[in-house]
Ligand binder design. Structure first.
Ligand SMILES: *Cc1c(COP(=O)(O)O)cnc(C)c1O
Length: 387
């Protein structure tokens, strides 16, 4: 894959806009037809014509072509959020009576979609430990229509064996969709492993500047046509031309950003692993991770997300640690140029640090940004003194 060609050139047609090096923001909701015969042609295949920006827009299209190429997919559709991309990818293919199998701990709003929204329409969802591919095979029922994967997830980084699960799913006629946000298209290629659809929160690394909320869904032409005619056009959760322009700009530096972020996060991981106030680290790239072998098989590199459990017996200890950090912003989301911290303890009021939660309340997630490793490690060091 010639990364720099995809990122710097693919999809751009400079001669159509005065040879401007940077493509313009085509801030137009509509595009005129040359005549009535042309209008009919455009309406018959809206996905491949510029007619109306809810369907297709030249600036958004440049970005979609790049994302599809990066994922090795025939097509990508861009959305106004990652959540919209996941929802569209699921809703295009299921109907009442269908069953969906999901990983145990998907992204919170993916879980909400499956458990709360779709159950209203008679769709059942089951959440299983998909680390074990045989358990996935055993859980497939005659009405199971789709497998919703997320590998690694964005909090404790459980992975699925994508090639094994894709083989099982194809044999059983089950569609697969993966949330590939952690890895980005640079570090994991699920379509090459046989997965049908790849969703991204491009809000994270792909844009990388914490200034736009963006989603992408990739797959074959046939699958994306179905999504386009269904939820994409119907719900209209599209990406604006202006935000697409921001993401094209963000994407230009994705390989450079990820390279530095990976390097820094491995140094931070090493620091955390030996710190006496850390009970356990969570990262696909920690050798102590029981799935480290799978990491080496599926992931080409690290990103900047990692978590750890603080050695404290009080929620106030977690709070003091996070409040003491000066270079990590306390914020949700991740994947930006700036380092961030998010403790489980901060997501709502808890009675006790031992409260049963999907993950430990001692858990603190870091998103490593573009700061110097030494600066981040010094900041963590002084915060540990406050625990
Ligand atoms: C943020 C996130 C999403 C949702 O993306 P938005 O762009 O916020 O809608 C989906 N999956 C994962 C893993 C995420 O981290």
């Amino acid at each position: 894959m010639d990364l720099s060609y995809i990122i710097n050139q693919l999809g751009e047609e400079r001669e159509r806009y005065f040879n401007a090096v940077v493509p313009p923001i085509m801030q137009s909701s509509i595009f005129a037809a040359p005549n009535i015969a042309g209008l009919r042609r455009m309406m018959a295949d809206e996905m491949n014509h510029y007619l109306y920006t809810r369907g297709n827009n030249p600036t958004v299209d440049i970005l979609a072509k790049k994302i599809a190429a990066l994922e090795g997919a025939e097509r990508a559709l861009m959305f106004g959020s990652g959540a919209a991309a996941v929802a569209a990818g699921v809703m295009a293919f299921i109907c009442t009576g269908d069953d969906i199998l999901s990983v145990a701990k998907p992204y919170a709003w993916t879980k909400n979609l499956l458990q709360k929204e779709l159950s209203k329409f008679g769709v059942s969802s089951r959440f299983i430990d998909a680390k074990n591919s045989q358990a996935v095979a055993d859980a497939i029922q005659p009405n199971t229509r789709m497998l919703v994967l997320e590998s690694p997830n964005s909090l404790t980084f459980e992975q699925q064996d994508l090639a094994a699960i894709a083989t099982i799913a194809r044999q059983r006629g089950v569609l697969t969709l993966i949330d590939n946000s952690y890895a980005t298209p640079l570090n994991q290629s699920p379509i090459a492993m046989g997965i049908d659809m790849v969703a991204h929160s491009a809000t994270k690394y792909i844009n990388g500047h914490s200034d736009a909320v963006v989603g992408a869904l990739c797959g074959s032409d046939a699958l994306m046509q179905k999504v386009f005619r269904g939820p994409y056009m119907t719900f209209g959760a599209i990406l604006s031309p202006h935000d697409a322009w921001l993401v094209i700009r963000g994407l230009r530096t994705l390989p450079a950003r990820l390279k530095q972020i990976a390097e820094t996060s491995m140094k931070v991981l090493g620091f955390l692993q030996q710190h006496k106030k850390v009970l356990q680290v969570y990262s696909p790239h920690a050798q102590s991770n029981p799935q480290f072998g799978l990491t080496q098989q599926q992931l080409r590199g690290a990103s900047g997300l990692l978590s750890f459990e603080l050695d404290t017996n009080e929620i106030a200890g977690v709070e003091r640690f996070c409040d003491a950090l000066k270079r990590f912003l306390i914020s949700v989301s991740w994947g930006g140029y700036e380092s961030q911290v998010l403790p489980t303890a901060g997501v709502r009021e808890w009675d006790s640090i031992d409260a049963p939660a999907p993950v430990s309340i001692r858990l603190v997630r870091l998103s490593i940004g573009l700061e110097d490793a030494a600066v981040l490690i010094a900041d963590l060091s002084q915060a540990f003194e406050q625990v």
